[in-house]
Write a protein of this length. Structure first.
Length: 229
């Protein structure tokens, strides 16, 4: 029987990207459809707007996430490079620095120094990356993974209002898309909270409220714009 213990931190990276992407996909695409439909546009124009929003949004999410996480990765690599140089230039100081970290956590000085020696003998850079910089295998930045997760989740989320708009009766896209999107947002909030072991009710209300507000404002703008044309 395995004794490995799973932790929430192991899925924080992909969970954040997936939930953010799906939420943005639903809200932005549903809001776009609601706004265009409220402007008395044809069903074809509404559907085209939804598809365009899905494609553009997915690409934008991928690019944005890649740039953001790449910046984090660059910062981590710069810190690791500096730490690698310090380990070569002043190993005694780095040894004491690592030992001091354990001492501050309550380890006896002699034992802390012994632990620091053993860890540095095995993987000095890894030990300092974890203990001094807070960089580990679980938290390291992965730009490609984050970008793909954001794009895929956005597309999945955006597909919901697009499909609902496609099957909705002409002239009632706003009502059907809004209703389906709010249900989807509530489900997304609950799933994300449960996966992250957070408060399900609070997350569900938060996600649904802001999604509803965004769609209401966009629909109102679309209605006013259509009425003035």
């Amino acid at each position: 029987m395995s004794t490995a213990e799973g932790h929430i931190i192991e899925r924080v990276g992909w969970l954040r990207a997936a939930v953010l992407g799906a939420n943005d996909g639903i809200v932005s695409t549903a809001s776009l459809i609601a706004g265009v439909a409220s402007a008395n546009s044809s069903s074809k124009a509404v559907l085209v707007a939804g598809i365009a929003g899905l494609v553009a949004g997915a690409l934008s999410m991928a690019a944005g996430e890649y740039v953001s996480v790449s910046s984090q990765a660059d910062a981590e690599n710069a810190e690791l490079a500096r730490e690698r140089k310090e380990l070569v230039d002043q190993p005694a100081f780095e040894l004491q620095e690592l030992a001091d970290i354990y001492i501050k956590r309550g380890v006896e000085p002699s034992l802390a120094r012994q632990v620091a020696k053993q860890l540095m003998a095995r993987d000095a850079l890894g030990a300092h990356a974890r203990e001094e910089l807070g960089i580990s295998e679980l938290t390291t930045a992965r730009p490609i993974t984050a970008a793909m997760a954001s794009a895929a989740s956005f597309a999945v989320g955006a597909a919901i209002p697009v499909l609902v708009a496609f099957i909705s009766p002409g002239g009632r896209e706003t009502l059907f898309v809004t209703g389906a999107s709010l249900v989807s947002l509530a489900a997304l909030g609950a799933i994300g909270a449960r996966a992250g072991e957070a408060n399900v009710w609070r997350a569900t209300v938060r996600v649904t409220f802001w999604g509803a507000l965004a769609m209401a404002i966009t629909a109102a703008i679309g209605h006013l714009s259509g009425a003035s044309v």
